[in-house]
Ligand binder design. Structure first.
Ligand code: NAD
Ligand code: DAU
Length: 353
């Protein structure tokens, strides 16, 4: 029994892999291209772990996929690999089409060829688990009900459009070819190993460096936040018991405005790492809004709770405190990811705001 995980050196993928080995000895083959977002340091705790095989490679490389599937005979493919940052998708959508659409297509085709040749229980029990996002549903009005699995797809950014396209491919490979798929659509994750281009880690690392805390527009956009290990437990629940061809929304029942998030981080840093210059809120700066910025996401995670008994274990208060503590305790990790490439991105995204 083996899992093939794609994107397992990224934020959510690495947390999933670490969490998996905290509960199981079942081997994982971890295929990751190590883009700017992939980081082997996230997996340092697994060095020498006999059940973890890391392979550097691209999900668009069909011969490599065929070789890995034939060699390791996985019982499931868990597909995390993607370009994941909305702002980067605005500056350069091509990479999102390449990985999220074409890469998913290639992975589906390789998996279909492998699965078609399986027989008996190996064929019946096989799963392709597609890890997706709530952003495919588009933006909600302030008082509209939260997204359910039947909400129409209305993606608004190049990132969410590319993820919506990948969701549709996965759905079609089930309906047309019978490939045994499940899809999860999750809200905003946060926690350890979160690359500091995203809101929460960016605000923590900027505050600690006494740099501006750039809030896009009025900061009243709403996101639902889920601690990353809760996402890992949801994926395990769906992998184990999800109905074939179904989609499951995953969320934290925890809507917050961006301004609230930043104020919470500032208050925690004032408590845990006070600055001689005064409260961290002094660094808050409102900057030009993100083009096409979705106003609100909210997830109704009722289906996964009813069918599979999953609910998040972490509250936002406990999760955000752990997260801030993790960044305070892992300044070397932060320094290492702030490479030349990271600095170039910060200049690209923020110098014109
Ligand atoms: P991330 O950007 O931190 O990591 C992506 C990983 O994929 C990296 O390790 C990268 O090296 C790898 N990768 C990129 N292109 C690749 C390719 N062509 N071949 C192989 N590997 C490649 O992303 P994340 O935040 O961990 O997100 C993981 C998945 O979860 C994505 O599919 C994303 O759409 C989805 N998701 C993310 C969130 C969130 O809040 N971050 C929420 C819901 C869903
Ligand atoms: O909803 C799930 C999605 O959440 C995932 O699919 C994406 O992969 C993930 O990146 C995330 O997308 P968001 O665009 O919501 O996350 P981000 O952290 O980039 O931004 C969160 C909010 O904070 C958003 O409203 C934009 C705002 N923001 C972000 C940055 C980086 C700021 O105000 N300032 C910033 O500097």
């Amino acid at each position: 029994m083996t899992l093939l995980v794609t994107g397992g050196a990224g934020f959510i993928g690495s947390n999933f892999v670490l969490d998996w080995f905290a509960q199981s000895d079942e081997p994982i083959v971890n295929l990751d291209a190590l883009t700017y977002a992939g980081n082997l340091q996230n997996l340092a705790a697994l060095q020498g772990h006999a059940a973890h095989t890391f392979v550097r490679g691209d999900i668009g490389d069909r011969p490599l996929l065929d070789r890995l599937l034939a060699e390791h005979q996985p019982r499931a493919v868990l597909h995390f690999a993607a370009e994941s940052h909305v702002d980067r998708s605005i500056h350069g959508p091509g990479a999102f089409i390449k990985t999220n659409v074409e890469g998913t297509f290639t992975l589906l085709e390789a998996t279909r060829a492998y699965w078609s040749a399986l027989r008996g229980a190996a064929r019946e029990d096989f799963r392709f688990h597609h890890v997706s996002t709530d952003e495919v549903y588009g933006s909600l009005a302030p008082s509209a009900p939260a997204f359910t699995e039947t909400h129409p797809y209305e993606p608004n950014s190049p990132y969410s459009a590319s993820k919506a396209a990948s969701d549709h491919l996965v759905r079609a490979w089930h309906h047309t070819y019978g490939l045994p798929v499940v899809t999860t659509n999750c809200s905003n994750n946060y926690g350890p190993y979160h690359f500091p281009e995203k809101l929460i880690p960016l605000m923590i690392v900027n505050a600690l460096a006494a740099k501006p805390l750039p809030i896009y527009g009025d900061g009243q956009q709403v996101r639902d936040w889920l601690y990353v290990t809760d996402h890992a437990t949801a994926i395990r629940a769906v992998l184990a018991g999800g109905q074939l061809g179904e989609t499951y929304n995953v969320g934290g029942w925890n809507e917050k405005t961006n301004k609230e998030i930043v104020l919470t981080i500032c208050a925690l840093l004032d408590e845990l790492a006070p600055s001689a210059e005064g409260p961290y809120t002094r660094l808050i700066t409102h900057v030009k809004d993100r083009p096409g910025h979705d106003r609100r996401y909210a997830i109704d995670a009722g289906k996964i709770e009813r069918e599979l008994g999953w609910r998040p274990a972490e509250t936002f208060d406990s999760g955000i405190r752990k997260t801030v503590q993790w960044y305070l305790a892992n300044k070397d990790w932060v320094a290492n990811v702030q490479s030349g490439g990271y600095r170039d991105w910060v200049a690209t995204n923020y110098s014109v705001r």
